[in-house]
Design a protein around this ligand. Structure first.
Ligand SMILES: Nc1nc2c(c(=O)[nH]1)N[C@H]1C(S)=C(S)[C@@H](COP(=O)(O)O)O[C@H]1N2
Ligand SMILES: [Mo]
Length: 451
């Protein structure tokens, strides 16, 4: 039989199966001479018919107004995964006196499927108040400073420019912490790594807008400022702005969410989250970095104590090569022995992920995991690794390498980078905490954070 013919027969068979399912039990019976799928026996045949009947005739839908929205859809009421409150309600200044409301919430990374974080579950880290309520018709972006032609853009002006769509993660410098809750044995990937999320961003490349205003010679930094009450701001070097920054108004196919900066945010791919200024309303070009609150103390890191050098790190940009196993992971339980794919996410501020290795024996041996397409630059990358749990205690780890050759460090190696001990990192939260995260599988199947 030619390949074509057999394809066609296969197609007919599948087609008939679909018809049977869609039309329910009666239709399935009445297909008579039609080639039905050949199941293992009559009982499966009956099961199939019953399933079809249940699915299409038996189960009532929700009553109008009950967990169903035809206009802007809701997820199934059986899906309950959500963000949880983040790093604290107040932040204090160095004098201990200054404080301000702080809103944060972490992405349930263990429940994310694939690489895109649903916008409703994107983590948020807001140093001001709740998201400002901005009317996009009233919103303006002012671009001024060391430019030939200062300009004011409306959202419509920006949307008329050629758009690009790019998949990028955002990660707070506080992510992956190995102290505080990041050390709890019960910590889930949401608690340890939920300060990163990945979206498909749509907008205008920043370099395009900078060409329009004409950057003056000598301009080397751009201060990006927000419309929110606190006028949150952060400076970026002009090289970065010209390279791959975006002025994004779209997120996963719809407008950027209020928590993420509606109607306009800066995307600085691969840089610390703080460089991705939300509710963006002003860009000022200058020949030196602005020294805002954030450069002064907020986002600096000073190591202190016995092993530390007391030096302040002011400007930190790219986040390092990182990864976390999201299943099986902290807070979960394996309910039976046997096959269980290990899966997780890897990312790097330097570019694309080139390799992820997994160890199922506490770091003694490492094997390559499979990277699942698409593998994109400065994006979450999904990896999978076939594994069978034999019921014994063991420790699972993942280690990523990016396309610049940077390898994700162990906690001890990370300490060397910061010039502190691993114990220091377990008691003080330092930024850029991309240490390999060990998850310990206990004999009863429960999985614990083993940092
Ligand atoms: N206007 C404004 N932009 C901001 C912030 C903020 O508080 N206000 N927080 C920054 C920080 S610290 C981070 S980690 C990211 C978080 O982005 P997200 O809330 O969309 O996840 O936004 C950055 N941009
Ligand atoms: Mo952040």
């Amino acid at each position: 039989m030619s390949a074509k013919k057999s394809d066609r027969r296969q197609f007919l068979r599948n087609g008939a199966a679909l018809v049977g399912l869609a039309a329910g039990a009666a239709a399935a019976r009445s297909t008579g001479a039609q080639p039905l799928p050949q199941p293992d026996g009559p009982s499966l045949q009956q099961d199939l018919a019953k399933a079809a009947a249940d699915t299409y005739e038996g189960t009532p839908g929700p009553a109008p107004g009950q967990h169903f929205d035809a206009v802007y859809g809701l997820r199934s009421r059986y899906e309950t995964s959500g963000r949880v409150g983040g790093i604290g309600a107040f932040h204090h200044g160095p004098d201990g006196k200054f404080s301000r409301p702080f809103l944060g919430a972490l992405t349930p990374l263990q429940d994310v499927i694939g690489i895109i974080t649903p916008a409703a579950l994107h983590y948020y880290d807001s140093h001001g108040y709740i998201p400002p309520d901005i009317d996009p018709k009233q919103h303006r972006l002012l671009v001024h400073g060391m430019v030939d032609r200062p300009m004011i853009f409306t959202m419509e002006d920006l949307k008329r420019l050629p758009a690009v769509t790019r998949t990028h993660f955002i990660e707070c410098n506080a992510n992956g912490t190995t102290s505080g809750h990041g050390r709890d044995p019960e910590a889930t990937p949401q608690i340890t790594h939920g300060l990163t999320s990945c979206s498909i961003w749509t907008g205008v490349v920043l370099s395009r807008v900078l060409e329009m205003v004409g950057v003056k010679k000598g301009a080397s930094w751009i201060l990006a400022e927000s419309a929110e009450g606190t006028r949150f701001s952060k400076g970026i070097p002009i090289e970065k702005a010209m390279d791959d920054c975006l002025l994004a108004y779209g997120q996963n196919g719809e407008a950027v969410r209020p928590e993420q900066g509606y109607p306009l945010r800066l995307i600085s791919p691969g840089y610390e989250g703080i460089y991705n200024v939300k509710w963006l309303s002003r860009l000022e070009l200058a020949d030196m970095p602005a020294i805002t609150e954030r450069e002064l103390y907020y986002n600096t890191t000073v190591t202190e104590g016995k092993f530390a050098d007391h030096k302040s790190r002011w400007f930190r940009f790219e986040v390092g090569a990182n990864s976390v196993i999201t299943r099986p992971a902290g807070g979960q339980r394996l309910d039976s022995h046997g096959f269980c794919e290990i899966t997780g996410l890897a990312w790097s501020g330097a570019g694309a992920i080139r390799r992820v290795e997994v160890s199922t024996d506490n770091g003694q041996t490492w094997k390559d995991a499979e990277l699942q397409a698409p593998v994109l630059s400065k994006s979450h990358t999904r990896f999978g690794f076939p594994w069978a749990w034999n019921g014994g205690e063991t420790v699972l780890m993942s280690r990523s390498t990016d396309d610049r050759g940077q390898v994700q460090p162990t906690l001890v190696e990370l300490g060397k980078i910061w010039d502190v001990s691993a114990d220091y990192l377990r008691t003080h939260g330092l930024g850029h905490s991309n240490a390999i995260r060990p998850w310990k599988v206990m004999a009863d199947g429960s999985v614990l954070n083993a940092i």
